[in-house]
Design a protein around this ligand. Structure first.
Ligand SMILES: [Zn+2]
Length: 250
């Protein structure tokens, strides 16, 4: 990670490392867990401290765990990455489009995956989330039919977050993954919230990935016009995933 190397804190050897025995003490920071970085010329920069290499992996793991929990992926999707995706005939374009967006080399950072149920859309959607989380960037998965129930729970003060905090997160998280758009309640409140969400993210250039089982013309007008005008839409015509013998058990 840091190729410049670090130098031990002055007097670092006298630090008491809580709970760690002398034999497990880090030889670089001697238990202080912070070190001075080196300047260009190799001299220690005593004006700054950075986490020692011995704690950095732990901090990374904590950050990764936190990002994963904030993303709220469904349990079944924890292993749905690009590496575990089987590119069946008919899925090549969707796979490529998802990968391009995940690696931030697509022309647009909006992608809609359309097609019948069980075509691997949700797998690709969550694979994009996993790739972002791996880069240390926040992402949020939301199953659209329950997204608005979750927001309403914030109104009633249930859970850790208020409605405003939940809503702000959906608006501004760098990547929002909306699974199964079109199956939400068609109340005015829900449709107005969805419009706001999509418009807000559009004006700020924030990434949005959507899956839907519906044909484009069955989605609400404002949303479908934005999805098709501002982003890429890929229609998946592959056979159902579960009809394959090796998929039946999963
Ligand atoms: Zn150390």
């Amino acid at each position: 990670m840091n190729s410049t190397g670090e130098v031990c804190l002055p007097g670092g050897g006298s630090h008491q490392s809580e709970g760690a025995g002398a034999e497990s003490e880090c030889p670089i920071c001697r238990g202080a867990q912070i070190v001075h970085p080196r300047l260009e010329g190799g001299r220690p920069d005593y004006s700054r401290v950075v986490p020692c290499v011995c704690i950095r992996a732990k901090l990374e793991a904590v950050k990764k765990k936190r990002l994963l929990s904030m993303c709220e992926l469904p349990k079944k999707a924890l292993k749905w990455t690009f590496e575990t995706f089987e590119i069946l005939p008919g899925l090549e374009e969707a796979y490529e489009a998802a990968l391009e967006l995940a690696e931030e080399r697509a022309d647009s950072n909006w992608l809609t995956l359309m097609g019948g149920t069980d075509r691997g859309k949700t797998h690709l959607l969550t694979a994009i989330c996993h790739r972002w989380l791996d880069k240390g960037k926040p992402a949020r998965y939301a199953y659209v039919p329950v997204l608005f129930d979750e927001l309403r729970r914030g109104f009633r003060g249930e859970g850790d977050l208020s409605y405003d905090a939940r809503w702000d997160f959906f608006l501004s998280v760098p990547l929002l993954a909306l699974d199964d758009l079109g199956t939400e309640n068609k109340t005015n409140w829900v449709q107005e919230r969805l419009d706001t969400l999509v418009d807000y993210r559009l004006t700020r250039g924030l990434a949005l990935v959507v899956t839907t089982n519906l044909p484009m013309e069955d989605l609400p007008f404002r949303i479908r016009s934005r999805l098709s005008r501002e982003g890429r839409v890929v229609y998946i015509a592959a056979p159902e995933y579960h009809t394959r013998p090796d998929r039946r058990a999963s």
